[in-house]
Design a protein around this ligand. Structure first.
Ligand code: KG4
Ligand code: ZN
Length: 356
């Protein structure tokens, strides 16, 4: 094993319905392999048991492919990395147990990684010069949260969604409109031809002084709008306007809350990450705001926005550099579905919660 950085890591990510493996060396991505499970489409959402079964079938070929594409052999690895939380517990357990078995066979240290921290540091994949502190907006199918990021492992949660995540709102509205799963990309596509002012969609918690979000009301408002205006089904010609109006509401709330956090934290850099950061209207709105307000915006490319293992490897590499491989010899960690481990015990104030 090499004695110091840059370390070569194999990273595994199985927190939801993507089976992913990547090889990173330092902040360079040597391979980033992903299999998006299609089995869930027929059900309109992720079926946890099917996701775990698919991970079991896919994990070995995906890991082999990641090593082959990186032209790295097992003996070249310095460490492993794996997502341990949050996520679907059955899915996480597949990745965690696979990684532990491999770590025992190869006698390698293994770095447990928080999935949200992975998304946040996909900013570092995009921009290796990214410096601390920065503000991070994580917007995905399972999470919507704003963090003040002081370093790897030192993230202060400013606020998060009280109910649905932004991606969940996209997916649920798409399901009401019969657009299939996942719904975000379909809404994004249709919205390009639509009028964002055509329908009045609420902007939940926009005036609320906290950094919390709430998106469940958007789906409810679309449902009642459909019942009221289109009881016999939505005419296809209305879809672009409807999609554009919903998208505009979600993007406006995300942008305005983030801009308030920029002002309050005097942030000079903002990272926007997670699957919803792939949304074209969101990207344009944040780019315009960054130009106007003069902060640096880091928007990872689409393949780093969606769930991937390269972001997990990168966080692990930063942790290895700070703590050293000996720190990661214990295999006693386990998977957890929860986003935060006992946050309230550390500091009762929401704005000062530390992410572990
Ligand atoms: O980060 P991700 O791959 O998985 C989670 O950790 O949740 O995010 C998936 C979410 C889904 O809700 C999907 O609808 C949304 O990201 N998404 C989008 C777009 N592409 C993916 N939402 C809006 N516009 C898009 N272009
Ligand atoms: Zn994710």
């Amino acid at each position: 094993m090499s004695a110091a950085a840059p370390y070569t890591l194999l990273a595994i990510e199985t927190s939801c319905d993507e089976t992913a493996a990547a090889v990173v060396r330092g902040r360079s991505v040597l391979s980033n392999v992903l299999h998006s499970q299609s089995v869930h489409r027929a059900y309109g959402g992720v079926v946890p048991e099917l996701a775990s079964r698919a991970h079991v079938q896919l994990i070995l070929p995906i890991v082999r492919q990641a090593l082959a594409e990186a032209a790295v052999e097992e003996k070249d690895l310095d460490a492993l990395a794996v997502t341990t939380h949050p996520g679907l517990i059955g899915s996480l357990l597949v990745g965690v147990n696979f990684a532990k078995g491999l770590a025992i066979r190869l006698r390698l240290p293994i770095v447990p990684v928080n999935h949200l921290e992975g998304h946040i540091f996909s900013g570092l994949l995009e921009d290796p010069e990214l410096s601390f502190p920065f503000l991070a907006l994580v917007v995905s199918g399972g999470h919507t949260a704003l963090f003040w990021v002081e370093d790897v492992g030192r993230l202060r949660l400013l606020g998060s969604t009280r109910d649905d995540a932004a991606g969940e709102a996209f997916d649920k509205v798409a399901s009401l409109l019969g657009l299939g799963y996942p719904g975000g990309p379909a809404i994004d596509r249709l919205a390009r031809q639509g009028n964002p002012h055509a329908f009045a969609i609420p902007r939940p918690l926009l005036q609320d002084p906290t950094f919390d979000f709430s998106f469940s009301g958007i789906k409810t408002s679309v449902r009642s709008l459909l019942t009221r205006l289109f009881p016999d089904g939505v005419p296809p010609e209305v879809l672009p306007d409807l999609c554009a109006s919903v998208q505009a509401a979600i993007v406006e709330v995300l942008l305005r809350k983030t801009l308030r956090a920029v002002r309050q934290c005097r942030a000079q850099t903002v990272v926007v990450a997670g699957g919803v950061a792939a949304n074209s209207a969101l990207r344009e709105a944040f780019q315009r705001a960054a130009q106007r307000r003069g902060f640096r915006l880091v928007l990872p490319r689409l393949s780093y926005c969606l769930d991937n293992a390269a972001m997990i490897g990168l966080v692990a590499h930063e942790k290895l550099c700070r703590l050293g491989p000996q720190h990661f010899r214990q295999l006693t960690f386990t998977a957890s579905p929860l986003p935060l481990r006992s946050p309230q015990k550390r500091t009762p104030h929401a704005a000062l919660r530390l992410l572990q």
